[in-house]
Design a protein around this ligand. Sequence first.
Ligand SMILES: [Zn+2]
Length: 76
Amino acid sequence: MFRWQQAEGKRHALDEPFAPRPGETFTALCGAEVTVARSDVPQLGGHWFDPTCTDCADEWLRREGRARSSDGRCLA
Ligand SMILES: [Zn+2]
């Protein structure tokens, strides 16, 4: 499951069932390894003011498109 997570100055996307917590490092869809700060978590009073990582957005669309096309393929 893809989700957005702000970390280290950008809003990255990741493929994880749960959102990372402050202090945790995750590998974004764009390949960057970033660590989440407390100010990156809206539930803890943070704000997502950072710009979206365009590489993550592209990768998200690419993976979604691939998933959709394989779902629609008839393998029988
Ligand atoms: Zn990214």
